[in-house]
Design a protein around this ligand. Structure first.
Ligand code: PLP
Length: 433
């Protein structure tokens, strides 16, 4: 449990700690449910990724904001020198608010609105185009405004990583990216527009990937396409973006890869391909999200109801898929620790039930845990990525607070919503009052 999560531990009171902070104390101080993140762990994971690829030279890590857009988290990564991969005008707003420089921001997304394209042009970020149609729409905008834009294209490398079907994005039939047969046309058309600086190429094959093979296959395709662009259009691109997707260890049994293994598999291949196609060395962009913030976050929930049926024992807690959607959406596994009994042995099998009126609202099934009682604090691990960002107010439950721990010190980084937030932006027509 703790060997690959070195930021977690157990203190003398037998409580689970993260980044030196007692999680049971945090649950008491800030209330539950509560998201808690460890700043030093985020920095450590970012540096691990950066250092793994450092020997290449010119590398920019564009943190995939969608994994966790809390302003404090974005600010940590800005502080580390990261850029950002964004997919919406909202993420653009947040990344700029966090002080990430526009030139380090790449705007991907398969269905940008006209307004999003306009905002991206105004902000001066790299616009990563997903289709010929999107290119035509951008050309209309830049020509009308006589404004320049730096662009790249997302290509679909047609590989299938072994991951949840909803997390594979580079499949032949996927909605993402431009297929190879249309890539040359796309670049040719973009080059013909004098307002466009045609700077890069991009791929992103999926998320929670646990082997290097699909990356190797896709990177080979990407650099072969770059070779064709040089040969057929005389185009030498400034950057190649390999996307994100490196998985994390949600359990000890699950296969995994490290950034160092990924770099070990890709960097020699890239050198080989650059030589084969006589290409100048492009800047390398990488877009990890989950790897950087995933295991740096836990969701704390308090047990209120313990219920034994003829079939199962349930621990009913004060969080549900309104706060952590992954188990309900992908059938994802998250380890659960009873934070106030972290040193006690497992005694019984329990299913952790959320508090929503949905039978699919089970945060963890059939777990061996110490004897569960009312008041216990459950720590749902590895909830830092695709956790709070996917939360909702379903069942009219206001969203919870977020806390950032730094070397044992805890600070609130987001207030919990209250009932007024349930009314926020709502209007009742006069006749119904
Ligand atoms: C374009 C793009 N880049 C990067 C990522 C980050 O993926 P992950 O969090 O798995 O690293 C995603 C996530 O789906 C993505 O769509």
């Amino acid at each position: 449990m703790f060997d690959f999560r070195p930021h977690l531990g157990i203190n003398q009171r037998g409580h689970l700690t993260m980044g030196g902070a007692d999680l049971v104390e945090l649950a008491e101080k800030f209330g539950t449910p509560l998201y808690v993140y460890d700043e030093q762990r985020i920095r450590e994971r970012y540096r691990e990724f950066r250092d793994a690829f450092a020997s290449y030279g010119d590398v920019l890590i564009c943190y995939a904001c969608k994994a966790n857009t809390s302003l404090a988290v974005l600010s940590i990564l800005r502080d580390e020198g990261a850029g950002a991969d964004i997919v919406s005008e909202g993420e653009l707003y947040l990344a700029l608010k966090a002080g990430i420089p526009a030139e380090k921001i790449i705007f991907t997304g398969n269905n940008k609105t006209d307004r999003e394209l306009e905002r991206a042009v105004e902000a001066g970020v790299i616009i990563n185009l997903d289709s010929l149609h999107e290119l035509e729409r951008l050309i209309e905008i830049v020509e009308a405004r006589k404004a320049e834009a730096r662009v790249s294209f997302r290509v679909n490398p047609e590989v299938s990583p072994e991951t949840h079907p909803h997390l594979a994005t580079g499949l032949r039939e996927s909605k993402f990216g431009i297929h190879e047969e249309a890539v040359l046309r796309a670049y040719e058309r973009a080059l013909a527009c004098s307002y466009l600086d045609v700077a890069g190429i991009h791929m992103h094959i999926g998320s929670q990937i646990t082997s290097t093979e699909p990356y190797v296959e896709a990177t080979r395709r990407l650099f072969d396409i770059m070779g064709r662009l040089r040969r057929e259009l005389g185009l030498e691109l400034e950057f190649a973006d390999l996307g994100g997707g490196v998985g994390i260890r949600y359990s000890a049994e699950q296969p995994y890869i490290t950034p160092a293994q990924l770099a070990g598999a890709l960097l020699p291949l890239i050198e080989e391909k650059l030589a084969e196609h006589s290409l100048p060395k492009p800047r390398l962009l990488l877009e990890p999200g989950r790897y950087i913030v995933g295991d740096a976050g836990v969701l704390l929930a308090r047990v209120y109801t313990v219920k034994t049926t003829p079939y199962r024992k349930f621990a009913g807690c004060d969080a549900g898929f309104n706060l952590l959607l992954r188990p309900a959406m992908y059938g994802s596994h998250h380890e659960v620790v009873v934070a106030n009994k972290a040193a006690l042995p497992a005694e019984e099998e329990v299913t952790i039930a959320g508090n929503l009126c949905e039978s699919g609202d089970l945060l963890a099934k059939h777990r061996r845990l110490p004897r569960i009682e009312k008041g216990d604090v459950l720590a749902i691990l590895d909830a830092g990525a695709y956790g709070f960002v996917m939360s909702s107010q379903y069942n009219s439950r206001p969203r919870c607070a977020e806390v950032l721990v730094n070397r044992g010190m805890a600070e609130l980084i987001r207030y919990a919503e209250d009932f007024k937030d349930l009314l926020e932006k709502q209007l009742v027509p006069e006749r119904l009052r």
